[in-house]
Each structure stands twice: as C-alpha cells, then as structure tokens.
Ligand binder design. Structure first.
Ligand code: NAP
Length: 260
C-alpha cells in the first residue's frame, strides 16, 4: 500500500538535492507532488522528468506565497526545504566578526522568512480538512555553533523553534496539523560545491568533513527523503513538535571522550 496515496504534497527548493530526492520518494509512494523552486528552468525540467507539476516560487517573497495560495488552496503535506548557506558565492564572509548586516539578512530572508511564510500558508491550506503535515528542513547547525556560517546556524536554530510553535498552535486549535523538523548533518548535495571546490584539494576536504562523523561518510539525499516520508505519512500521526537528527551520529557525542 503506498504510504502517501491521495495526498497532495508541495516541496520548496525541489529542483535538486534533498528537495528533489523528497519529491522523487513521495511520488514513488503515490503522492501528487508539486515541485517548487526559485530556478524555473531546473525546477520545470526536474518536474517534467518526474511527471509532476512545477510552480516557480521564491520562498523569501510574500507575494509568491500569496500567488501560490490561490493556485494550490488545499494541501496535505508541505516540505519547507529551500535554504541557502550564504557561502554560495565563495566571497561573502559569514563569520560573526566580518558578516555584513545585508549578508546576515539575506540568509534569514530565505531560510527563516521562507519557512515562516511556508508554515503560515500551509496552516491556511490544511485547516479546512483539519489534518496535515508540515516538515521543516532545519540542520545540525541549529543545535551547535558554526563559526564560519553564523547566519545559517542562527536561521536554522530559529526554524527548529518555530516548528515547535507551529506544532503547539495547531494542536491548540484542535487540528491534527503536525509540524516537525529534520536536522541533517552533512548530506552530499550541490549545496556543498562552493565549500568543496574542485581540483586536488577536493578529496582531502571531503575526508576532513567526514573525519569527525562516527559513521565516517556523508549522508545521501535519499536518506533524508526516507525520514521526510515517515513524517509525511499517517504512520507518524502522533509526532508533532519533534526534531529528528540525521547526522551519522555526530550529535550523539563530543570530541573529548574519556576512555579512547
Ligand atoms: P541545494 O542542493 O543547494 O538545493 C537547494 C535548492 O533550493 C536549490 O534548487 C535552490 O535553487 C533552491 N533555492 C535557493 N533559494 C531559494 C529561494 N529563495 N526560493 C526557492 N528556492 C530556493 O541544497 P540541499 O543540500 O538540497 O539542502 C536542502 C535543505 O536542507 C536546505 O534547507 C539546507 O539548509 C538543508 N540542509 C542541508 C544539509 C546538507 O548537508 N546538504 C545539511 C543540513 C540541512 P537555486 O539553484 O536557484 O539556488
């Protein structure tokens, strides 16, 4: 029995990476999936390959969400996946000493404002039925400090907290609209490209990034999609306000470990 039969699911930032893997998995499980992304060409191509619908959506723009609410007034599952690190250009400092206010705001506009708009839209699109699942892509960076990506870590921490607020608000209203957050560690997607670069140092940088991870590897987008599927399905009907870590064991321990 497909786990998402007859469910309409919308995913932001779905042109590639984790969002695309979630769209693919949800379709395999019988969902009617709407892919959305800032990148109209990549998003439309991805949707065509999957046989799904595509709507262009910049998550940081309130007007885009208003337009979306008219096009898709009812929904069962929303995945707030679109996100940026601020490191994409490779030139913008993101540490707490040198980051500009504009750079700080730019990351929060996409990651945090985008998730706020998404949750607000989803509540409106789910409350008539009184059921639904909102899944927010937070990060391991929500739970620890990240010296070189201050705005990213701050925005992901705020997403973690807002997910719980949304969960409690919906429960208070008497709706079975659940809201949970996923906290991936390092998942190998195009997001990492600016940080990994190419050339001879790439392999060493890949190895360095996974050296501290107990499972000693990157996670895969499909592994994140499997957790999103659980949260989207009715099997997780009693899960709301929860946070699921998916990090190869990184957050389970610490660098200083007696007995080694
Ligand atoms: P990705 O490969 O960079 O894909 C992100 C997608 O979001 C891209 O298609 C991008 O489009 C789109 N996007 C960017 N800004 C947008 C906007 N304003 N409106 C709509 N779409 C926008 O990233 P990913 O690795 O799959 O990450 C997906 C989510 O997981 C993010 O929220 C990320 O923070 C979170 N996460 C990832 C990791 C990881 O290790 N990969 C770890 C923890 C959390 P463009 O190509 O046009 O920019």
């Amino acid at each position: 029995m497909p786990k998402l039969a007859a469910k309409t699911c919308l995913i932001t930032g779905a042109a590639r990476g984790i969002g695309l893997a979630i769209a693919t998995r949800f379709i395999e499980e019988g969902a009617e999936v709407i892919l959305t992304d800032l990148d109209e060409v990549a998003g439309a191509n991805a949707a065509r390959e999957l046989g799904a619908r595509f709507i262009q959506l910049d998550v940081s723009q309130e007007s885009d969400w208003r337009r979306l609410a008219e096009q898709v007034p009812a929904l069962d599952v929303l995945v707030n996946n679109a996100g940026i690190t601020g490191l994409e250009s490779g030139t913008t400092p993101q540490d707490p000493e040198h980051a500009t206010l504009e750079a700080w705001h730019a990351v929060h506009r996409v990651n945090l404002d985008g998730t706020f708009f998404g949750c607000r839209y989803a509540i409106g699109a789910m409350k008539a039925k009184g059921t639904g699942s909102i899944i927010n892509l937070s990060s391991r960076s929500a739970l620890v400090g990240i010296p070189g990506a201050a705005a990213y870590a701050s925005s992901k921490a705020a997403i973690r907290n807002h997910s719980k607020t949304v969960a409690l608000y919906c429960a208070q209203q008497g709706w079975a609209i659940r809201c949970n957050s996923i906290h991936p560690g390092a998942i190998l997607t195009p997001m990492w490209e600016a940080m990994l670069g190419d050339g001879p140092g790439r392999e060493a940088r890949l190895a360095a990034l996974t050296a501290q991870t107990p499972l000693k590897r990157f996670g895969t987008p499909a592994e994140v999609a499997a957790v999103a599927l659980l949260l989207a399905s009715d099997e997780a009907a009693y899960m709301t306000g929860a946070e699921l870590n998916l990090d190869g064991g990184l957050l389970a321990g610490s660098a200083v470990s007696p007995g080694e």
